[in-house]
Design a protein around this ligand. Structure first.
Ligand SMILES: Cc1cc2nc3c(=O)[nH]c(=O)nc-3n(C[C@H](O)[C@H](O)[C@H](O)COP(=O)(O)O)c2cc1C
Length: 357
């Protein structure tokens, strides 16, 4: 069988990528450990969480931390949120000087009310001329390529018009989340609109929206002609979507889904890396979300998740995950049905040996 184009190298924005899989910026998700894991699984370009231009310029510690790469992280993009062309340009330059970023992406798609009420994120889609000015100004300020991530429009499809503006302004590639600002995730991503944009503009388009299984990644490339595919929700707690999509592209089958052991081992690694990177308190808080994604769909996951939410230390989290795996693998009785793992509550269910009080 011929290898599918998904697994072939591509030069995008001057960066040589070993394949066409991109891991999306996800606020609260794409932290450094997450990025290491999806990179190891094969994503060729991995975005960190978006950061505010103003917060970066003010030297906000949390923002600087969000924007920093892990040692050796290459290529390293940054995604900026803002609206004023000069402020965005200044923040982009700071990101290049402080962190050596290889690419600056401008967020033109965030739908969150707090963001759009400032005229940022998806609100920019209502002002194509401003989108163009932003890209031009940032391009002139930094020695690295500038890209943007858009939706198809605010409340009506105008993706081709927006893409032309971004292309004319010099965007090195344009990522489209194939929805409108007013679409919820329940509305299927509009891949036909992606295909039209690909035909209409000379700049590479990265397609995004509803790539939730390995097969979807190949299908999106086939159906839209996009240069690459960006995955967001599909890789939360699931770095294997990348390795399995690559295997599907190379060998014609994605291989088996990850076992409970693989999933919980990855969760444990994520936890250890988070603790080393951010310290115990933040690791415990941030692992609540990640941990839930790693175990989603396993038998008894709801109860195990409830225990993760209650864990107060890295040791308690480690123990909860290990105990859960032992239970699933039958070392602590039979593999559980949901009701076999008692809901976490005072005094019931297994007790972590190191728990106090
Ligand atoms: C938890 C979460 C956080 C997100 N944060 C960002 C962000 O920081 N920047 C951005 O451009 N998009 C963000 N998005 C949107 C995704 O990058 C992506 O465009 C969208 O989820 C559609 O892709 P999917 O169908 O693969 O999930 C976020 C999405 C989720 C679910």
């Amino acid at each position: 069988m011929d290898r599918h184009v998904l697994a072939s190298p591509i030069v995008l924005a001057g960066l040589t990528l070993e394949n066409r899989l991109v891991s999306a910026p996800m606020a609260g998700v794409s932290d450094r450990p997450f990025r290491r894991l999806v990179r190891e699984a094969g994503a060729a370009l991995v975005f960190p969480e978006m950061v505010s231009d103003k917060a970066l310029l003010m030297g906000n510690r949390k923002t600087r931390d969000l924007a920093a790469p892990y040692p050796g992280e290459k290529p390293f993009p940054v995604q900026l949120l803002g609206r004023d062309p000069q402020t965005l340009a200044d923040a982009a330059l700071k990101a290049v000087e402080c962190f050596g970023v290889d690419l600056v992406d401008i967020n033109m798609g965030c739908p969150v009310p707090k963001v759009v009420s400032n005229g940022e994120g998806a609100a920019l889609l209502k002002e194509p001329t401003l989108c163009g000015r932003i890209i031009e100004r940032v391009r002139r300020a930094v020695p690295v390529p500038v890209t943007c991530k858009m939706r198809l429009g605010w409340d009506r499809p105008r993706g081709t018009e927006l893409a032309r503006v971004a292309a004319d302004a010099g965007a090195a590639f344009i990522t489209f989340h194939a929805r409108l600002r007013t679409d919820s995730y329940a509305v299927p991503a509009r891949w036909t609109a992606l295909a039209e944009i690909v035909q209409a503009v000379p700049v590479p388009i990265v397609g995004n929206g509803d790539v939730l299984e390995p097969e979807d990644a190949l299908r999106m490339l086939d159906e839209t002609g996009c240069a690459a595919v960006m995955v967001a929700r599909g890789c939360r707690g699931n770095p294997w979507i990348f390795s399995r999509a690559l295997r599907l592209a190379r060998r014609g089958d994605p291989g088996p889904p990850p076992s409970a052991r693989e999933r919980i081992s990855a969760a444990l690694r994520h936890l250890e890396m988070l603790a080393a990177d951010k310290g115990e308190r933040r690791a415990v808080l941030e692992m609540r979300g990640h941990g839930s994604w790693y175990i989603k769909g396993l038998p008894g996951a709801a109860a195990a998740r409830a225990r993760l939410m209650k864990a107060r230390t890295v040791e308690e989290m480690r123990w909860t995950l290990t105990f859960y795996l032992d239970t699933l693998e039958g070392r602590r009785g039979d593999a559980p049905a949901a009701e076999d793992l008692a809901p976490a509550g005072e005094g019931d269910g297994p007790e972590c040996p190191t728990s106090r009080g």
